[in-house]
Design a protein around this ligand. Sequence first.
Ligand code: PHE
Length: 449
Amino acid sequence: MNNQNNRAVFVTRLGAIAATAGSAVGLGNIWRFPYEAGTHGGGAFMLCYILFIFILGVPVICAEFILGRSTRCNVFGAYKAAGGRNWKLAGYIGILASLMILSFYSVVAGWTVEYFIQSASGALDFDNQQLYHQYFDDFATSSWRPVLFTVLFLILNFLVLIRGVTKGIERVSNILMPLLLLILLVFSINSLTLDKAGEGLAFLFRPDFSAIDPSTLLGAMGQAFFSLSLGLGCMLTYGSYFNNRTNIGRTALTTAILDTVVAIMSGVIIFPAVFTYGVSPAAGPTLVFEVLPAIFHNLPGGVIWSTLFFFLLFVASLSSTISMSEISIAYFVEQRHMSRRSATVLNTAIALVFGSLCALSFGPLRNLTVGGMTVFTLFDNMSSNVCLPLGGIIVSLFVGWRVKRPVISDQMTSFGTYRIRVIGALIFCLRYICPVAIGIIMLNSLGII
Ligand code: PHE
């Protein structure tokens, strides 16, 4: 399956970083991070999250890049090409997780489209915090509107994908990501001036160690994997598009740092406002959509900020959904020999069905639950807290134990182009630290240890 010659390749160094960062930075940072931090007690969650990003996340990204670039295959083919015929589980987990994430993620991305349109039309401008809550509730519980926007978003995702790998992805993410960073910086500074900024920052940055329990650890680890697009073969697939000079270690570290900075900025924007406007930090998935519009309302030129922000958030979501779609598309094309067009249609069709179920789970399907979770929450939890960490264990074990050291070395140094001194440490992490730590946290959360 080593079709090195006819695969697309990211041409420039910036292209590789922009695409991986484009995949990593998205709703995970801006929507999911604050809501998870809010429900898991703030500071303690934040501390665990940052530790997991660097101790577990960075080595696992390197493992995915190494496996992807050395085999130039999708997640299924990669294990096979690297001599792991019996490691198919990783591929199945990746495809399952990517389709689950695409389904619920498109719902939230659909909310950003709705909020973009409503901001632009001036309809999202109230004087009272309660009205923002009411607005979101009316929207999310209505029967057809969330579905409509989910469908709309998936169609846009389809249109970008159908144009192919390098062109579609690089172009979209290169232009608008820097603008998003800039605007987040402006909002962070603004939030620091709010009345209860001190309380918000203390919530986010002052860890209460007694609040760390198995669910905080699992939540923080799941968030780290989700936010870095890790454990499902997404970074593996992108690694397979890197050219031979891309510096794997540096790309991994840059992506992790950038991704963490965006998540922290998002926390700095949200929590001061949460306390100032009297919203519960533990409001859950709706938190950001209730708080952000109120922040914009109080800014001069609020309608413009709000419209611009939701537009950029929509683009950030799109660069993430493009990357997760790429996993199943690459599988359908390279392993199932479908045309790219049919593969993209199939990927979109699956997401349309499950995305609609997720979209309805705030309203008409609210009572359709499995183990107390709606379809939306089930997909969210199953993917982040189960599939991604499991995928992380598998790729660490495989690269740590099965891939030969010279291959790892060639990949990390880009065939001798760079001097990398931490290869031994990386292999140690992949063999022992990552699988053991991830395993303990997962078992611990199930009450087994
Ligand atoms: N990392 C993306 C985000 O933070 C979400 C994502 C998960 C993308 C898995 C691809 C794969 O928004």
